[in-house]
Write a protein that binds this ligand. Structure first.
Ligand code: ATP
Ligand code: MG
Length: 344
């Protein structure tokens, strides 16, 4: 144990603040101890088409991407919940870490969240990206455990509780008991697959590629529902497949729902499999405690209700589902300090 672990007061004075990060497929959030939430921005890096250098990250890169002059290329460092482009991930984190910097005598310790099904290489990529961005050490925490803490569940309870985090690229399902994940399962299917399914359906039937933000808007507006419902028409914008020109498309809620259905089935099927596999005692506890829904999918109209109907469980969306993971990771920083859970 180093001298700085024995005297945390000294460390606090001379080190950069500890960081919690939720590096998500769609959004990256970062909390710095003592400073608060310093980032909640899209996980995107804007590269100058001319120089090949990183021009902007996060919200600024996302707004540059809407510029039609094509002087920027957008790179998304993550896909399906894990890092796909390590250089881009490090480029995204570097300026974020700089926001928290103080004297720089000792680099920050970082707590990063990862999906429960991330393999060793995928975990190593998070460690590498954060290290390149300036981390002294990186501790990996299970994303649904952080989500549960952030959602306000008492994870120390000896009674099993279930959490389902439906993000942009991954749906992570976990059962938590006495502070530990006792059962977990993840599918690399989540909100981005809903958007893709809607875009594919519309390109087939209307000959136009819906813009990404329009696909997101339609998905949110139509929401999830099963069975017959009154037909509603929605207009959205996209690019005509033949001319490439901006065009308006009119689609019905039924068409959007039909496109989303197989993706919703995959998400619900994954949850049902975990519920079916629960040992009897745990199952009774989960029936009692219910399911907490987090991630962007928790804000998708109708998903919690459908999940409740299919699982016969009480499903409650978290109060701030998009920030549940970072809020939990923030609280875990304190635990790391108290228990010496840090990697180094
Ligand atoms: N109100 C809403 N209704 C429907 N979808 C929403 C809503 N708000 C956000 N989303 C969707 O949620 C997704 C982002 O959720 P979140 O920030 O939890 O994902 P992430 O953490 O980046 O991804 P992952 O954890 O899978 O890597 C996006 O696909 C976004 O379109
Ligand atoms: Mg997430």
């Amino acid at each position: 144990m180093g001298v700085l672990s024995i005297f945390p007061g000294i460390r606090r004075r001379i080190a950069d603040p500890d960081l919690a990060i939720d590096l998500g497929t769609a959004n990256t959030r970062m909390y710095a101890a003592g400073k608060g939430l310093l980032a909640d921005e899209p996980s995107v890096v804007g590269i100058s088409a001319e120089t090949g250098f990183v021009e902007a990250i996060g919200s600024r890169a996302a707004s540059l991407a809407t510029n039609p002059d094509e002087s920027f290329r957008s790179v998304f460092p993550l896909r399906a919940g894990v890092i796909e482009d390590l250089d881009a991930a490090a480029a995204l984190l570097t300026p974020l870490f700089r926001r928290a910097k103080r004297f720089g005598l000792i680099r920050p310790r970082v707590l990063a969240c990862a999906p429960t099904d991330a393999c060793d290489e995928e975990r190593a990529a998070i460690v590498e990206a954060a290290s390149r961005a300036g981390a002294a050490s990186v501790t990996i925490a299970p994303e649904p455990l952080a989500a549960a803490i952030g959602a306000g569940l008492d994870v120390s309870s000896p009674y099993a509780q279930m959490i389902v985090d439906v993000g942009d690229g991954v749906t992570d399902i976990a059962v938590i008991c006495s502070g530990e994940v006792i059962l977990a399962s993840a599918v690399r299917t989540a909100c981005s697959d809903l958007h893709t399914a809607v875009r594919r359906s519309i390109v087939d039937s209307h000959g136009a590629w819906l813009y990404m933000r329009e696909a997101e808007r339609l998905t949110r507006t139509v929401g999830v529902a099963r069975g017959e419902r009154p037909v509603r028409e929605h207009t959205a914008r996209g690019a005509d497949c033949r001319t490439g020109r901006d065009t308006r498309i009119t689609v019905s809620n039924r068409e959007v729902s039909a496109a989303m259905d197989p993706v919703v089935d995959t998400i619900i099927g994954a949850v049902l499999r975990v519920v079916a596999d629960l040992p009897t005692g745990t199952s009774c506890e989960v029936i009692e405690s219910g399911v907490c829904l987090t991630g962007g999918g928790a804000a998708l109209p109708g998903l919690a209700e459908l999940l409740a109907k299919e699982t016969q469980l009480d499903v409650k969306p978290a109060a701030d589902p998009l920030r549940a993971v970072i809020n939990g990771a923030r609280q875990m920083l304190t635990v790391c300090n108290r228990t010496g859970l840090w990697m180094n």
